[in-house]
Structures are given as structure tokens and as C-alpha cells.
Design a protein around this ligand. Structure first.
Ligand SMILES: [Cu+2]
Length: 262
């Protein structure tokens, strides 16, 4: 599957990792990110309309009111209807932006009966993870704990790492099921970090002494990449996040049998 995904990246079929000279956002894989993309398009449309309107007004003003053809200045300096229009229209535009923005913001905080909790701990400079209340863990009465370090250039060259990304791959991947309500509990042990996966529209601050909670519902399988997004020290750029998402049946089987090889 890894080779298939590497081929997808080469062919630009899916975009779950940064690309060279990338301008657009990464492909969405959660409903939150789909909402963010829709909101982004909505904002872009409004920005373009405003830029065209204001640009047209400016150019029109420059041409219509140039000094040579207007040596007699106009006498009016106040217009009530005009003032009502140019204050109420921007207010309505702001309202049309606030509504989807707040909806998105609060939908991220919504926790809907999670089937699985993933604890994420930021360290200087690696991430550690713990899965403790999934069925497989309940049966064995144990939690799954593992630590993810970035693969160095030497490790990438020595192993079977075809299609791997430099500075983005870790020794172990976080494995999560698709179409499952997941709760993320994010914290840090030393300094501030931020756990970020652009394809999920996620960016959670990992603060020492504080537990941040987030809802996650992944819609498709794949390998997703992210990085720490809070400047946390000298190796801040070298603590990437890699997530492998699988259909839940496959996930259950893998997590029971093969965790060490993921
Ligand atoms: Cu960090």
C-alpha cells in the first residue's frame, strides 16, 4: 500500500503532503477540512468582488475628478443615504463571514461519543502517542504506547524507503481507523508544541500542564503528513507527524498483530 501511495503522490492523484511550489491547500480528508476549503472559496469570492469594486471606484475617481476638467470644486460634503449604504454593506459582508466561521470553530470542539482516544504528547523534539480505550486494549488490559522520531537522511538511504519524504517520515506511524469518531487529547511535557495535520484541518496546541481535546473523523485511508507548528526549540523543524489511516476492520487486525512493523 505504501508503494501505491507513493505512486499516487508522484502522479499528483492525492495531495496529503507538501509539494514543491504548492499554492493551494492540501486535499481534505475530514469534514472539518472540507468546511475550511468551502469557507476559503467563499472568502476568495468576496475578496475578489471587493478588490474589483474598490479598484473600479478608485480608477473612476481618478479619471472623473482630475484637476484639469474640474477646476470648480463640488459644493456638497455630506450624504446620509450614501453613509448608510457604505456602513451597512460592509457590516452585512462581515456577518456573512462570521456565521460559517463560528460554525466551523465550534464544530471542531464538538465531541460526539468517541470510540477511540489518542493521547498525543509533545517532547523536545519528538512526539509520543498512547491509545488506551480501544477494544483491543480493553481485552488485553493494556495501552499502546509508542514514540515517533524523524528518520534521518542516513536511515532513509539505508532502509527500504522508496517514495519516502525527507524530513517528513518517522520511525513509526500513528495508525488510526477511518469513519470512526476519534478523540484527540493533546499535551506536552516540556515546552509548547502544536500538533498539526493540514489534510485534517487540525492544529492543536500542546501546552505543558494543560490537556486540549479535539474531535476527529477521518473520511479516507492514506498516509498523512504534518509537522510541529509552534517554535519549540532548536529541533522544532525535525519533529514531523505521519499518520496511516486504515478501514476500521483492517485497523483492528493490524493494531492487534503487527504494531511493531507500522
Ligand atoms: Cu514542537
Amino acid at each position: 500500500m505504501i508503494e501505491f501511495l507513493a505512486l499516487c503522490y508522484e502522479q499528483n492523484v492525492i495531495c496529503d503532503a507538501p509539494e514543491v511550489w504548492q499554492l493551494k491547500l492540501q486535499d481534505p480528508s475530514s469534514s472539518i477540512m472540507e468546511g475550511i476549503l468551502m469557507f476559503n472559496k467563499h472568502l476568495l469570492f468576496i475578496i475578489i468582488v471587493i478588490v474589483v469594486l474598490v479598484g473600479w471606484l478608485l480608477i473612476n475617481t481618478i479619471y472623473s475628478f482630475e484637476n484639469a476638467s474640474n477646476y470648480k470644486p463640488a459644493q456638497f460634503f455630506h450624504s446620509n443615504p450614501l453613509e448608510i449604504v457604505w456602513t451597512s454593506i460592509p457590516a452585512l459582508v462581515l456577518l456573512s463571514l462570521a456565521s460559517p466561521s463560528f460554525t466551523l470553530l465550534y464544530s471542531m470542539d464538538e465531541i460526539s461519543e468517541p470510540e477511540l482516544s489518542l493521547k498525543v504528547l509533545g517532547h523536545q523534539w519528538y512526539w509520543s502517542y498512547e491509545i488506551s480505550d480501544f477494544n483491543s486494549c480493553k481485552e488485553n488490559a493494556q495501552s499502546l504506547k509508542y514514540t515517533c522520531y524523524m528518520l534521518t537522511n542516513e536511515e532513509l538511504q539505508s532502509g527500504n524507503c522508496k517514495g519516502f519524504f525527507r524530513l517528513l517520515e518517522t520511525n513509526k506511524r500513528v495508525v488510526l481507523p477511518t469513519n470512526t469518531h476519534i478523540r484527540l487529547l493533546v499535551s506536552a511535557t516540556d515546552v509548547l508544541h502544536s500538533w498539526t495535520i493540514p489534510s485534517f484541518g487540525l492544529k492543536v496546541d500542546a501546552c505543558p500542564g494543560r490537556l486540549n481535546q479535539l474531535n476527529l473523523f477521518i473520511k479516507r485511508f492514506g498516509v498523512f503528513f504534518g509537522q510541529c507548528s509552534e517554535i519549540c526549540g532548536v529541533n522544532h523543524g525535525f519533529m514531523p507527524i505521519v499518520l496511516l489511516t486504515l478501514p476500521s476492520v483492517q485497523y483492528h487486525y493490524l493494531i492487534m498483530t503487527n504494531l511493531e512493523n507500522l
